[in-house]
Ligand binder design. Sequence first.
Ligand code: ADP
Length: 384
Amino acid sequence: MSSTNFDFTTKVGVLGGGQLGKMLALAAADWHVPIYALDKARSFPAGVAVQQFVEGDFKDYDSVYQFGQAVDLLTVEIEHVNTDALKALVAEGKTVHPAPDKLEIIKDKGLQKQFYARHGLPSSPFQMYADAPAVQAVIDKGVLNYPFVQKTRTAGYDGQGVAVIRTAEDKLLDAPCIIEPLVNIEKELAVIVARNAKGEVEAFPLVEMTFHPTANLVEFLVCPARVPESVAQRATEIAKQTITAYDICGILAVEFFWTKSGDILINEVAPRPHNSGHHTIESCYTTQYEQHLRAILNLPLGSTRLKTGAVMANLLGHPDYKGQVRYEGLTNALAIEGVKIHLYGKKQTKPFRKMGHVTVLNDDLDEAIMIAKQVKEQLRVVAG
Ligand code: ADP
């Protein structure tokens, strides 16, 4: 594939067949670019949208290596993949975006934090420990004081590897981890930024996240974020510096804490389409999925201009239900102007599982939030 003459038959392999892979494949269908996905079962969300679904384990060397042989270009919809196989493929000349060594940094929160420190990118201070006894030892010595936040270095997602430790009663996570101060957060923000192989960079408008009080998952995402212009500019600038420092080709979601004292700190990044960019499907000139494809295929990046204000809510499995999924109140929700519903096709629900999302389009964000709340109350993801 030459960088000036794009071949729309380029086979793009995606490691992971979840909802992000599905939405990436739907975007690719606009150009008829063939998407291949690798994941455990064809029944996963991307199964209906891709040209080829290869059943296998993206954490397994042989599965990833063989999958890579069948495609022209590789990308990911999750960072916890077998990077050794990706490195072998790169050594053989295969194009892989984002580069496997960057995935290795990003999938380890300790390495991420070291990266920000090394590159002068703002993030809270941290220490790394091997396990719970090592953390307990520094508490006992009086070196580490409550409260603090403990995060496992790898394999945490959706808040599962994160513990706020306030007193000796709180249970420490027993795994390689980082410890950081409990940040006094004004708002959590995110910027999705894209970079192509030429080094061109474009950022999507800043979004503001509100969190579900018990599940520690994003509840609402509001775009544009209701923050002073200076905060939006600073976060956007840091996001652009971050993707450039990583030298990533593709998109990067940069999550921030805007602190009560006015600092903007990087919390973590994801080198792939992200929950905080779902709204772009309806609200922006270019979606995050199309932008990722443009970036990895070395096409001109698209305009990230916002067409309308938007509020996104994840459709989570009801906390009291587990089993064959059933959606209550779907028809009513669909009848409301500006309500766009996405279902991921997961057969089984369980408490707080991400089963879909709803985007509410409205230039009046207060009204959009009100509608989103109404939809969340009516639309229940239950079982049986
Ligand atoms: P995950 O990778 O599971 O999404 P995060 O590192 O993003 O985990 O943490 C999940 C949530 O926990 C954050 O969105 C934030 O609400 C809270 N959190 C994480 N780190 C801190 C911190 N240092 N101070 C205060 N809250 C935090």
